[in-house]
Design a protein around this ligand. Structure first.
Ligand code: GUN
Length: 279
């Protein structure tokens, strides 16, 4: 029987833990603060930013949201980032991606202080993760590890296969699994024998961006499958990278889409902001 790992429930539990810690901090006069900058009117970004704002309210953070027009210049944006870097009420700062084409995304991310980079996107934080020093961990990978641990299965010594090598998910989640003493393989579009690699995996992290890319015949019995995919079908339905129907009668663990990794990502953003305030 397929066992689902409930990300919605775990996210709620983590948010409640964060809320309680925030209450304690407030009694000492500290209020964690997150600033979010959105440039332009990308519909998906608007939803994400609204959800981040709501999550801040839920856990008791101070939040500032800057909704800037599409025509904002790079200089204006960099000036705002500089101001927020210096603002002591703000412990976490992010610019929602993508930014409009006339703005250099890399320059924008690099302008954020590594001490406030609660997305964990900066080389300083990714480098610290690589060498095992304290860092802001990227939110989606951090959520994946928390979800895997919910199964009660010990990650140490397990074979983990990560499909996808992005800087935001694939590479950092591989590093975090390695830190947990898994034996880690990263697969990607040029990998030969993907099925063979997957069939040897005790833990699979699918971050490909293709609906139904991974099917039950590629998964071994007892495996934990973390589906990071968020693919919008033509009919508007949200699906992951894993074909759930083909795993339905199998003795495996799976994070559903929706309701798996998704709810954990913003929760981990709240956790990183809390950690920043506590520093
Ligand atoms: N756009 C899509 N996901 C993210 C995210 O996690 N952080 C930022 N800054 N932009 C995004």
């Amino acid at each position: 029987m397929l066992k689902l790992i409930d990300g919605k429930q775990l996210a709620q539990k983590r948010r409640e833990e964060i809320r309680q810690t925030v209450e304690q901090l407030k009694s000492r006069g500290i209020v964690p603060g997150l600033a979010v900058i959105l440039v332009g009117e990308d519909p998906a970004s608007q939803v994400y930013v609204r959800n981040k704002e709501k999550a801040c309210q839920e856990v008791g953070f101070y939040s500032e949201v800057y909704r800037l027009p599409e025509t904002t210049s790079q200089e204006e944006l960099l000036q705002l980032i500089d101001d927020l870097n210096r603002n002591d009420a703000i412990h976490g700062l992010l610019v929602q991606l993508p930014v409009p084409a006339h703005i250099d995304e890399k320059a924008v991310i690099h302008a954020i202080s590594p001490k406030k980079d609660v997305d964990g996107f900066l080389p300083q934080n990714l480098g610290s993760l690589l060498i095992g020093e304290p860092a802001f961990e990227p939110c989606t990978p951090k959520g994946c590890i928390d979800l895997i641990k919910q199964t009660g299965v010990d990650i140490a010594g397990k074979k983990a296969v990560v499909v996808g090598r992005s800087n935001i998910v694939g590479k950092p989640v591989a590093m975090m699994l390695l830190r947990e003493n898994a034996t880690v393989t990263i697969c990607h579009s040029k990998t030969k024998n993907l099925k063979e690699e997957l069939l040897s995996a005790d833990i699979v992290v699918a971050a490909v961006g293709k609906s139904n890319f991974i099917t039950g015949d590629m998964i071994k019995d007892g495996a934990i499958v973390i589906d990071v995919g968020m693919n919008r079908l033509e009919n508007g339905k949200l699906t992951g990278d894993v074909d759930r129907a083909s795993l339905e009668d199998r003795d495996c663990w799976l994070t559903p889409v929706p309701g798996g990794v998704g709810p954990m990502t913003i929760t981990m953003l709240m956790k990183n902001t809390l950690e920043s305030a506590m520093r």
